[in-house]
Ligand binder design. Structure first.
Ligand code: ADP
Ligand code: GLC
Length: 481
């Protein structure tokens, strides 16, 4: 049996702020249970839903040193869909209204979490061959493992993987503060280890000390070795190129299935979508107060409203786009300027634009099902899951050719009759607008071609199946089998 621990700051269905949660919650289920025992460790946040907190069983607790502090570490447990999830309980660290606050507090919180992940392993009696770490919040796991934990033979030979879901976030603060928070010695704070540009950097620590590094698409794995996408760590990633690979994300094909989805008005599949899908559009128009029109092209967006996702391009041409025969539905939260921009256009083009500025899982499913196209013009995109969800629901993505978007959306080629969506290459608002207008043309004038593209989109397979076997291969290789 191969024992593997996932260390992550979020996982569905317990807590989610972005795609990391979908990956950490759904990937562990996709391995053969006869060979792999994959367990997930995450924080127990006070902001988790009460129904989950009620289900957690107390395992035990102990105390752990962190810098000059001595901290309580509670362990709670839920078995969910055959996977063991362990929750690290400490109300001092995890009591905020959301998982992240965005300041030094996060750095202390996740130093605590990373050290606790290692400390609980002997306590729960689970000795992994591999610890698979996700994003900067767990970057210190490989560092701590290399450090004082080596005094205990329990930890000898454990391998680590650092998966980068988003290189933009690295966990950076000044060396002095981080030294005192983490209790790590001077040895770790040099430019070949955790120091980057004079500051301490958690993700860099993870990248330097992990045995293997992955990111969530092939294109992003290449892009991050260049200065534009490298967020200051491109040199290090070039140096570690032999240990770095891209494995594209999948999505949970049971949770995202238009044939069984309990959240949508009319269920459909690859055969029935021609008649049924449009009922979801009419229902959403009714629910959101949009003009009732089954023939209009509906553009959907479900996203964090940040620069990463290309919202400055949208802001730039939004007024122009609103002159077209389209409806626009946005569900998202994030930067205030984008929230307000969409509220403004909802007011200005009422009946045509609908801005839902909050987080709502069921509504996101309704939008994936109801829309004709899904717009995602990201500046950069490590993988992106929304476009995969759209494909699954026969909603054609319009994307910029970057990262995982490039690897998962095949652009329409009208001469060869291929493609599952539309894409453009430069980060330019009018290039995006022309591509939207090209999609409008196909949608309104060439319905047969459109429907064939929907056929291909729904036939594309982005379930975890392929990617999980690539992870298996890597696990086996690291374990030496
Ligand atoms: P990222 O992780 O960068 O935010 P992804 O495309 O990988 O982007 O994943 C985003 C996930 O979060 C998708 O499952 C998407 O449906 C979901 N999501 C984003 N914003 C909202 C929202 N306001 N309400 C519901 N789901 C959302
Ligand atoms: C990050 C990335 C997104 C990716 C997700 C899951 O949030 O921004 O592109 O899909 O992680 O790997």
């Amino acid at each position: 049996m191969k024992n593997i621990v996932y260390a992550t700051s979020e996982a569905v269905p317990f807590i989610k702020t972005g795609g990391l949660a979908d990956v950490a919650g759904s990937l562990p289920k996709c391995f053969d249970k006869n060979y792999f025992d994959i367990r997930v460790i995450l924080p127990k946040y006070a902001c988790m839903k009460q129904e989950w907190k009620d289900k957690m069983e107390y395992v035990t607790h102990f105390y752990m040193d962190l810098g000059y502090k001595n901290c309580y570490v509670g362990i709670l447990h839920i078995e969910y869909e055959g996977i063991h999830f362990y929750f690290i309980d400490n109300e001092y660290y995890f009591s905020g209204p959301q998982p992240y606050d965005g300041g030094t507090w996060d750095l202390e919180k996740f130093a605590y979490f990373s050290k606790a992940v290692l400390s609980v392993l002997p306590v729960i009696g689970f000795q992994p061959q591999i610890i698979h770490c996700h994003d900067w919040q767990t970057g210190l796991v490989p560092v701590y493992l290399h450090d004082s934990f080596q005094q205990n033979p329990f930890f000898w030979g454990i391998k680590t993987i650092m998966t980068i879901h988003n290189l933009k976030f690295q966990g950076v603060w000044d060396v002095k503060t981080i030294k005192s928070i983490t209790g790590l010695s001077d040895y770790y704070f040099t430019p070949d280890k955790m120091e980057a540009y004079k500051d301490a950097n958690y993700l860099k620590g993870g990248i330097v000390f992990a045995d293997a590094i992955t990111t969530v698409s092939n294109t992003y794995a290449e892009e991050i070795k260049t200065p534009f996408y490298g967020e200051g760590l491109d040199g290090l990633l070039r140096a570690r190129t032999n240990s770095l690979r891209g494995i594209v994300n999948g999505i949970d094909y049971d949770d995202f299935n238009p044939a069984t989805d309990p959240h949508i008005e009319a269920r459909y599949d690859a055969v029935t979508f021609r008649k049924e899908k449009v009922k979801n559009k009419l229902a959403l128009q009714r629910d959101l107060g949009l003009n009732q029109d089954e023939n209009v092209m509906m553009i959907g967006m479900v996203s964090r409203l940040t620069d990463q996702k290309g919202f400055d391009l949208i802001a730039y041409v939004m007024d122009e786009l609103c002159q077209d025969a389209v409806q626009i539905v946005v569900l998202g939260t994030g930067e205030e300027r984008y929230e307000n921009m969409f509220r403004h256009f909802d007011w200005k083009y009422h009946g045509k634009v609908s801005a839902q500025i909050y987080y709502d899982e069921p509504l996101s499913h309704k939008i994936y099902a109801a829309s004709d196209v899904f717009l995602m013009p990201s500046l950069f995109e490590p993988c992106g899951l929304s476009q995969l969800m759209s494909l699954r629901y026969g909603t054609l993505p319009i994307v910029r050719e970057t990262g995982g978007l490039k690897d998962t959306v095949q652009p329409f080629n009208e001469y060869e009759g291929t493609g599952t969506g539309f894409s453009f290459s430069n980060y330019n608002a009018h290039e995006m607008l022309s591509m939207i207008r090209y999609a409008e043309k196909i949608f309104y004038d060439r319905k047969r071609d459109w429907n064939k593209m929907v056929d291909r989109a729904m036939a594309a397979d982005f379930s975890w199946h392929n990617s999980a076997s690539q992870y298996e291969e890597m696990y086996n290789w690291l374990i030496g089998e």
